[in-house]
Design a binder for this molecule. Structure first.
Ligand SMILES: Nc1ncnc2c1ncn2[C@@H]1O[C@H](COP(=O)(O)OP(=O)(O)OP(=O)(O)O)[C@@H](O)[C@H]1O
Ligand SMILES: [Mg+2]
Length: 293
């Protein structure tokens, strides 16, 4: 695969759709993402850019572990399933594969990406391109630190913006979905080109209940007694306030690691262990938050 491409496949993709279903979030968010994506693909070929300046770019912003990458992939697949007909290709960009310490190299790679790799993926159909962790690709030019080769990063961001402008005017069959943990570290000119910036929140109580139940059900397929733990769902939900989806799933599964016995036979995991594991995850999340602040 050419440098900077993390993944390429045909859409729809069954595993992406399953992942989309696994993300518990207000249905209105999923609908908004789908509608905006479909509109971009419907409207852009039909109306001049000057009238309707849609770039075909959606940004998902939010804390780590809130399901952004999973949602972006699921969205790509759902869009492909709904726009029946043309061949749809999925491309996931690995920004770290592009960044290079050698002066000017990443700039050239970015240009190749936007002028060649992405348009090629859309040839004869549509392409949905995931720009994961876009703060690396389109770093805010005003926040460049001196030791991090500011000239090169500056040029790379310039190249992303130039590439984006050219791409969106000449290739209206391409949808870009970008994710970031640090919207404030992404260049504002990039953010301003987004048709929709969706803030992906930490899961609320309802979503946490679904995530915990879903995780327990998954375990119960192999260890049926785990299903009994759903009796204490309300307690688990109350204790898990502030946890992201990734930490929460890990905490539920990790409850079995509270003793060697349950690690060997997760079917023996108790409610007390699940609760203790969730509380421990909450404490470490708080500490991590304090360190970051
Ligand atoms: N709202 C949610 N509902 C269900 N599962 C979730 C939710 N949020 C996160 N997860 C789970 O957490 C894991 C991580 O999700 P994902 O990698 O998509 O997060 P992310 O936002 O891209 O994280 P990062 O910013 O660190 O890249 C996945 O296994 C996903 O199923
Ligand atoms: Mg991610």
């Amino acid at each position: 695969m050419s440098s900077g491409i993390a993944h390429r496949c045909a859409l729809p993709d069954a595993s992406f759709e399953e992942a989309w279903q696994s993300i518990k979030i207000a249905e209105s968010v999923k609908t908004r993402l789908l509608a905006q994506s479909i509109l971009a693909l419907t409207l852009r070929p039909a109306v001049p850019f000057e009238t309707a300046p849609l770039h075909g770019l959606i940004v998902l912003a939010g804390d780590p572990g809130t399901g952004k990458t999973t949602l972006a992939r699921g969205l790509a697949s759902r869009v492909a399933a709904m726009i029946k007909g043309p061949k749809v290709t999925f491309l996931q960009i690995d920004p770290h594969g592009l960044a290079s310490a050698a002066l000017g190299k990443s700039q050239q790679q970015v240009t190749t990406l936007f002028q060649q790799t992405i348009p090629e993926a859309g040839m004869g159909g549509l392409a949905v391109v995931l720009l994961d962790e876009v703060e690396t690709l389109a770093a805010d030019r005003r926040r460049m630190s001196l030791e991090a080769n500011p000239v090169d990063v500056h040029r790379a961001t310039d190249a992303v913006l130039a590439g984006l402008d050219l791409l969106t005017r000449t290739h209206k069959n391409i949808l870009l979905v970008a994710t970031t943990n640090y919207p404030q570290a992404v260049d504002p000119a990039f953010m301003s080109r987004a048709d929709l910036v969706e803030m992906i929140p930490l899961p609320n109580a309802e979503a946490r209940g679904e995530i915990i139940a879903d995780t327990l059900r998954g375990l119960a397929k192999r260890w049926p007694r785990v299903a009994d733990l759903t009796r204490d769902l309300t307690t688990f939900v109350a204790a898990s306030d502030g946890l992201d989806g990734r930490r929460l799933r890990k905490a539920v599964v990790g409850a079995a690691a509270m003793s060697i016995e349950t690690a060997r036979d997760p079917g023996l995991t108790t409610s007390q262990q699940v609760l203790a594991s969730i509380k421990a995850a909450g404490r470490s999340a708080k500490e991590a938050g304090r360190e970051a602040a």
